[in-house]
Write a protein that binds this ligand. Structure first.
Ligand code: ADP
Ligand code: MG
Ligand code: MG
Length: 273
């Protein structure tokens, strides 16, 4: 825990579903900036038991804690501390200085292009791989939950509010809380789903949005029955990677390691024969 009165709370830097995010600086160590995320307890009441804690912890905190033991991933936002305050949970997060959300960056950039898209995707893949290794399913990967720093384009995955622990059991589709337009077909269709194919679908959505400045699907109906219109002027490798992320049957979709080894991401990978 920490003491909110030790911080000078500044401007709102983000508005979320269950609260607000502020920039704040430590009163004694002024250069020490953090992002304070307020989460209303009445809105988010998912708690999980975690090792070393006698009482259940807010799921968002519990999931981030699994990612904070050394070595950490530079592409996942850090959690410094958390505290219960009045009707809120307050998370003290690593403050991503001079950053934009990826959707803002896409809107502000005339043509991000494949080179920068690849640079961003490599980092997103690292973040998702790391989560998987630590047994965390993010559950809400989309461009508003990704920060990009300027000018180096360092990517930081944020917002573990829909995250869930990965076990040997599949997930229940009713428990999925991610954004509808980024949701893969199996969630609408079946009682269960697996983390890896959902991760790959949502990575595909992010890549598509970077290169088209638009989303591939509008609603559940288009997700289920239409195919994404991919710009023909993109390289064939890039078109191939996007369409393989959008294979409807999750069993046939690219695996996360296949995304990482895909020709478009890694030209050193030998051509498939
Ligand atoms: P919610 O769960 O309500 O969606 P998020 O965690 O996604 O909240 O944060 C909402 C917004 O706040 C983000 O889109 C981003 O603009 C901003 N934000 C969140 N965390 C940080 C951070 N660590 N550094 C800078 N900005 C942040
Ligand atoms: Mg969010
Ligand atoms: Mg959230």
């Amino acid at each position: 825990g920490f003491d909110l009165s030790d911080f000078e709370v500044g401007a709102v830097i983000g508005e979320g579903a269950f609260g607000q995010v502020f920039v704040a600086s430590h009163k004694l160590r002024k250069s020490e900036k953090v992002a304070l995320k307020f989460i209303n307890k009445n809105e988010d009441d998912r708690y999980l038991d975690i090792d070393g804690h006698s009482t259940p912890v807010l799921a968002e905190v519990a999931m981030m804690l699994k990612l904070m033991n050394a070595p950490q991933c530079p592409n996942i936002i850090g959690l410094h501390d958390w505290v219960e305050y009045e009707n809120n949970f307050i998370l003290s997060l690593e403050y991503a200085e001079s950053c934009q959300t990826l959707d803002q960056y896409i809107n502000d950039t005339v043509d991000v292009g494949e080179k920068r898209a690849r640079q961003l995707m490599c980092q997103l893949i690292q973040a998702v791989k790391f989560c998987t290794e630590r047994g965390v399913f993010h559950g809400d990967i989309h461009t508003e939950n990704i920060l990009v720093t300027q000018p180096r384009l360092q990517l930081k995955l944020i917002d573990f509010g829909c995250a869930w622990p990965i076990t040997s059991e599949p997930f229940n589709s009713d428990d999925y809380r991610g954004a509808i337009i980024c949701t893969p077909p199996e969630i609408f269709m079946g009682p269960i789903f697996h983390a890896d194919p959902v991760n790959v679908w949502t990575i595909g959505i992010v890549l598509y949005e970077i290169l088209h400045a638009d989303l591939p699907f509008d609603d559940e109906d288009s997700i289920m029955f239409q195919s994404a219109e991919i710009r023909p002027r993109l390289s064939t490798e890039c078109q191939d990677m996007i369409s393989q992320c959008f294979i409807r049957n999750p069993v046939n979709r690219l695996k996360l390691h296949e995304v990482e080894e895909h020709q478009w991401i890694n030209p050193k990978t030998p051509n498939p024969v």
